[in-house]
Write a protein that binds this ligand. Structure first.
Ligand SMILES: NC(=O)C1=CN([C@@H]2O[C@H](COP(=O)(O)OP(=O)(O)OC[C@H]3O[C@@H](n4cnc5c(N)ncnc54)[C@H](O)[C@@H]3O)[C@@H](O)[C@H]2O)C=CC1
Ligand SMILES: O=C(O)C(=O)CO
Length: 358
């Protein structure tokens, strides 16, 4: 039975019907769609994560394109429904496709897009923030102040880790991993070790040039190393940040065995996807190694945390906000709208006008 649909409508007489499963920041994305004769329907259902059934009800009998969210399961059922409704385009408002079955989309003739690039610096900045928060125990110290426990300066009070001169490890040195690495190398003069399936040539050149600059100014130069295995990064680095895509090869990339390879006082940051880390093993490791710290933006079973994680003082946890800057979220929404417009190309969208209006 069809579910009731709660929507906000823009340009009711538009020729093409485009649905956004969530309200998104800014209005530029709506303007772009409206300028191209789209009727835009935004779901206003008061429910954080829409089910497949909810989305089928939104798609209805006629739908040309959909902008969806990373919390939704875009598989065979939804692409079949979209295709039956005449849909040709889907865009994920996210980087990557771990919630999207691209083969199913292809089977049903639906083109899929995502929104990389505009998230890079914002996400890297959050990874850097978590690295600092964990290294300097900021959340613990904040809680201590608010609890009225501060009685005066003490030599041992909330002693953490100095980053300067230590080694930052990056797993997955793509757009975000490289941006994070540059921040940590340039900002805190850390040495870099990274692991990726591909060589990060521009990142290597950056660290080399920065090292030369430091040396020319009488400072200790920073260094870089491309590790031949992920384990090498885990063994050598003091702060490790995870930035790979999530796929079969990266599921539980950090597991019990790999956690045990890391330094006892290391810091692990995850701003990629929750399942990249075996969270049960992580909780156990945090419990057994109080000097080991983590900064987590993502969780294995979002919105839930594995039992025990919330009690760990050596964990800083935030609710998947790495891309949450106004500029980035508006950019993601704009890119998602453009993806849908471009992929509805059989509808004779006027690309000249689109390009001149962004
Ligand atoms: N927490 C958040 O809010 C956000 C999370 N993300 C996540 O970050 C991921 C990375 O985003 P970008 O840097 O833009 O993507 P990207 O594609 O530029 O970088 C991913 C890197 O991971 C590497 N990689 C793939 N498999 C690997 C493996 N088995 N071992 C080591 N490296 C491997 C790739 O070669 C590539 O260089 C996204 O796929 C997304 O899941 C992205 C944006 C925001
Ligand atoms: O875009 C992504 O990949 C996210 O995780 C949301 O910011």
């Amino acid at each position: 039975m069809a579910k009731p649909v709660q929507i906000e409508v823009w340009n009711p007489n538009g020729k093409y019907r485009v649905i956004s499963t969530k309200s998104m920041p800014g209005t530029r994305w709506i303007d772009l769609l409206v300028q191209q004769d789209c009727r835009v329907e935004i779901c206003t259902l008061n429910k954080t994560i829409l089910s497949v059934e909810d989305i089928i009800a939104l798609i209805g009998d006629k739908c040309d394109g959909v902008i969806g969210q990373l919390t939704e399961d875009w598989g065979d059922t939804l692409f079949s429904a979209l295709s039956k409704a005449g849909g040709k385009a889907f865009s994920n408002m996210a980087v990557g496709y771990n919630n999207v079955d691209v083969d199913a989309a292809t089977k049903y003739g639906v083109a899929v897009g995502n929104t990389p690039g505009v998230l890079t610096e914002t996400t890297a900045e959050l990874a850097a923030s978590l690295s600092l928060a964990a290294a300097r125990r900021i959340v613990e110290a904040d809680g201590f102040m608010r609890a009225g426990l501060y009685e005066g300066w003490l030599p041992h009070l909330f002693v953490g880790n100095l980053l300067k001169g230590q080694t930052v490890g990056v797993i997955g040195a793509g757009r975000i991993g490289s941006a994070y690495a540059r921040m940590m190398v340039e900002g805190f003069k850390m040495n870099l070790i990274y692991y990726d399936l591909y060589q990060a040539t521009r990142l290597e050149k950056f660290v080399t040039a920065y090292g030369q600059f430091l040396k020319a100014n009488g400072e200790q130069p920073v260094t870089w190393k491309r590790a031949s295995s992920m384990d090498e990064v885990l063994q050598e680095a003091d702060v490790i940040s995870l930035h790979p895509i999530l796929d079969k090869t990266t599921y539980h990339l950090v597991n019990k065995e790999r956690l045990s390879m890391m330094k006892k006082e290391a810091i692990l940051v995850n701003c990629s996807r929750g399942p990249v880390v075996d969270e049960v093993a992580l909780v156990e490791h945090l419990r057994e190694n109080p000097m080991f710290r983590v900064g987590l933006d993502v969780f294995e079973d979002e919105p839930y945390m594995k039992p025990g994680l919330a009690d760990m003082k050596n964990a800083v946890v935030v609710p998947h906000i790495a891309s949450a800057s106004k500029w980035t979220r508006e950019g993601m929404a704009t890119l998602a709208a453009l993806n849908v417009l471009v992929d509805m190309r059989s509808l004779h969208i006027n690309f000249f006008i689109i390009l001149h209006s962004i």
